[in-house]
Design a protein. Structure first.
Length: 718
């Protein structure tokens, strides 16, 4: 025997080859014995919704989540699993899905050689009785020897192969009398090897689809000048020269003026394009004819252009852009709009591209900006760029650009440092003259230590000029708490307590509190929250300065200073989850996103500030479908569907003693209640298939800290 089914869990057989998941962790585990096959073939067909299968390998230390392989699945898939170092793998586990009640057809068999493999693949195709995808999976038996750089490089090769299979040819109508896109490069004393890499990556694009404009900015390097002189005359490569060094902005603008493409993009002279970049950008432009701006993902490389780390980006987010230039490379502009803006501005050295982005994107509609989730750009981290050598000047120029972007009338806001000193925080709070009243709604019952602490924190630790406190109590009987309420009513802050004995229903209590509130803004606040910094509420209120904002959430830490809430990603775990939950409080997240403000799809109701306009448009919390859990997620999703923005800010940080007063969730009744709320969220918002704009489609969805995901097709622009 070479491969045996060792165990199954979480599944119930319903027919020949048919199963139903009875838990959210169904699995089939197989053990290798002495004589080992070279392949496994797994047949998997979804009988209901699409599945989200994962494959695990036990390399001697059990099944490890970190070493799992997540796969996309739609309809019927056939997985051809090759174990490259079989002696390193003791067992293999197949998890067909991550939700209960899913139905599927499934079988797994082993193949000794390519001939056996071909027979099994033919059998699987016959069983499919129609179209079926064949997905090759390679399991390495010794992952501990693989460095992160090697993993990234291997994944990058897979992504490029996906592009090779799916990138469409260039539409000739997009290149009638001119190339589709012009790449403008400012060159100054660039090493010959860098220029060779750049030119090679350009020549890998379809012939005639693009032009390369090299703008020499008064180079003095004999190597650079010799390389430029050798290029001769080519229709697709043009060389412009400044007699003296005038700076990147001036040199780049020369290229913009002579560019013939309808689209213009910029490449640094030490970077390179990736294969199929032009085809995929052109496809995006063709599918979205009203689009005015396209940006892509990028891969950071070492000095030899070997991939080191990805920059997987969210869909367009003005709030995130106000803290960090996450768009960066590759940015594609419409030539007409770029010329109308005057191109790049001088005086923003090190951040001239950031300044351009802020000016160019202002006033564009959401559907005119598209993110293409393909790493179309290789960003060589050599440490020789201007911004790397003169970081302080580049940072100050970035803040000057942000101050101009968010000027209101004659007043420019102060722009300071974020949690990371080189990132940015637009200080709307420093320029506000009047502050709206905030009604703070706190659900509670008994729990004197908690309710007394949070009220004391609001009255003595919170620096905000106008707020009221509303406690919605579902049946306190503790006389000490009742005495506390009576005392609080005599305090300096307006205080109201509404006591109505009833079973705990978070949504009902919130709606009661909202009905009693008079504020322009309503803050939902758990009674187990502890204030850290006095300006937290001013920061949250100031975030409504971003357009269309309806909801603002805070950063919450566990008492051990680890992250409890850095925002919610819808679709995480098939439902919705806090990303980076449990990570160190100083964790920066991807592209340092956790150190700046950003738009998200949802935030927790433990500390959620909502505008009166948003409440009146969206309606209250759903007391029937979401009495306990996921009511905050449901509300945020309904708000987003109505066009409201959800902002998360790390500059309002509080401690959350999570569920300190609610009791255990592990009782039978609570577990059943929780399952009902989960099912309500799946049914109403289809969270298993939800594409969260704040999340990259290249990220795994089965853990709070995402990792790179292997897909079987390239994601579409969004």
């Amino acid at each position: 025997m070479s491969l045996v089914l060792q165990s199954t869990s979480g599944v119930r057989k319903t027919g020949r080859g048919q199963y139903q998941a009875v838990t959210d962790d169904p699995r089939f585990a197989y053990r290798f014995w002495v004589r080992r096959p070279r392949y496994m073939v797994v047949f998997l067909e979804a009988l209901d919704d699409s599945l989200d299968p994962k494959i695990y390998a036990d390399r001697g230390n059990g099944f490890d989540e970190a070493g799992s392989i997540s796969l996309t699945h739609s309809g019927t898939c056939i997985y051809s699993i090759s174990v490259s170092e079989p002696r390193g793998v003791a067992r293999i586990r197949i998890d067909p899905c991550s939700t209960s009640e899913e139905r599927f057809r499934y079988w797994a068999k082993c193949a000794w050689n390519e001939a056996n493999l071909a027979i099994l693949l033919h059998q699987a195709k016959q069983d499919a009785q129609g179209a079926a995808s064949i997905v090759d999976v390679v399991i390495d038996g010794t992952p501990e020897r693989r460095t992160r750089r090697k993993n990234v490089a291997q994944h990058f090769d897979v992504v490029v192969r996906l592009a090779q299979r799916t990138a469409p040819p260039i539409d000739p109508s997009m290149m009638q009398d001119a190339p589709f896109i012009s790449f403008v490069v400012s060159v100054y004393n660039a090493p010959e090897t860098y220029l060779d890499d750049l030119l090679s990556s350009f020549r890998a694009q379809p012939v005639g689809s693009a032009e390369l404009i090299l703008c020499d900015d008064g180079s003095t390097s004999a190597q650079t000048l010799s390389w430029l002189a050798r290029q001769g005359v080519a229709r697709d490569v043009r060389i412009l020269r400044n007699e003296k060094n005038c700076g990147i902005a001036v040199a780049t603008n020369l290229g913009i003026e002579v560019a013939r493409g309808g689209w213009i993009s910029f490449i640094d002279h030490d970077d390179a394009l990736t294969p199929y970049a032009v085809q995929l950008i052109a496809q995006t432009a063709r599918e979205h004819p009203n689009c005015q701006f396209i940006y892509t993902d990028e891969v950071v490389t070492d000095k030899n252009l070997k991939p080191v780390v990805y920059h997987f980006k969210p869909a367009y987010d003005e709030v995130l852009l106000s803290g960090v230039n996450y768009i960066n490379h590759l940015s594609c502009y419409r030539r007409e709009r770029l010329l109308a803006l005057g191109g790049l501005r001088t005086g923003y050295d090190g951040s001239q591209d950031y300044d351009l982005l802020l000016r160019y994107l202002r006033g564009l509609k959401a559907d005119e900006i598209k993110h293409l989730p393909y790493p179309a750009y290789r960003w060589r981290r050599s440490g020789a760029s201007f911004s790397a050598q003169f970081m302080e000047q580049a940072t100050q120029n970035a803040r000057k650009a942000l101050a101009a972007r968010y000027r209101y009338g004659e007043a420019e806001p102060l722009v300071g440092e974020a949690i990371a000193k080189t990132l940015h925080r637009v200080r709307f709070d420093k320029s506000k003259v009047t502050w709206p009243r905030v009604s703070i709604v706190i659900p509670s019952r008994d729990s004197l230590p908690l309710i007394s602490r949070v009220v004391a924190n609001l009255t003595t630790r919170t620096d905000y000029p106008d707020f009221e406190i509303i406690v919605v109590d579902n049946g306190t009987t503790d006389p000490r708490v009742l005495d506390f309420y009576a005392t609080a009513k005599e305090g300096p802050i307006p205080f109201l307590c509404d006591i109505k004995p009833a079973p705990f229903n978070f949504s009902r209590q919130i709606n009661r509190g909202i009905g009693l509130a008079v504020g322009e803004l309503i803050l939902l606040l758990n009674n187990d929250i502890e204030v850290i910094d006095s300006d937290w509420l001013q920061e949250m209120v100031s975030c409504f300065s971003y357009p269309d904002t309806g909801i603002v959430g805070a950063r919450l830490l566990y008492p051990n200073q680890r992250l409890q809430h850095a925002g919610v990603i819808v679709g995480l775990g098939g439902l919705a989850g806090h990303w980076f939950d449990g990570q160190h409080g100083s964790s920066p997240g991807p592209m340092a996103r956790l150190h700046v403000r950003q738009s998200l799809t949802a935030v927790t109701g433990a500390c959620m500030l909502i505008s009166r306009t948003c409440l009146e448009t969206v309606g209250g919390f759903d007391e029937k479908e979401f009495p306990i859990a996921y009511n905050d997620i449901d509300f945020c999703l309904r708000a987003v569907s109505k066009g409201f923005r959800v902002v998360w800010t790390p500059f309002a940080t509080l401690t959350h003693h999570e569920s300190a007063s609610r009791g255990s969730d592990e009782t039978r009744a609570n577990r059943a209640r929780f399952e009902r709320d989960k099912e309500s969220l799946r049914r109403r918002h289809n969270t298993g298939r939800y594409e969260d704009r704040a999340f990259s489609p290249w990220y795994t969805r089965d853990r709070s800290k995402p990792a790179a995901l292997r897909l079987d097709q390239l994601p579409k622009a969004r």
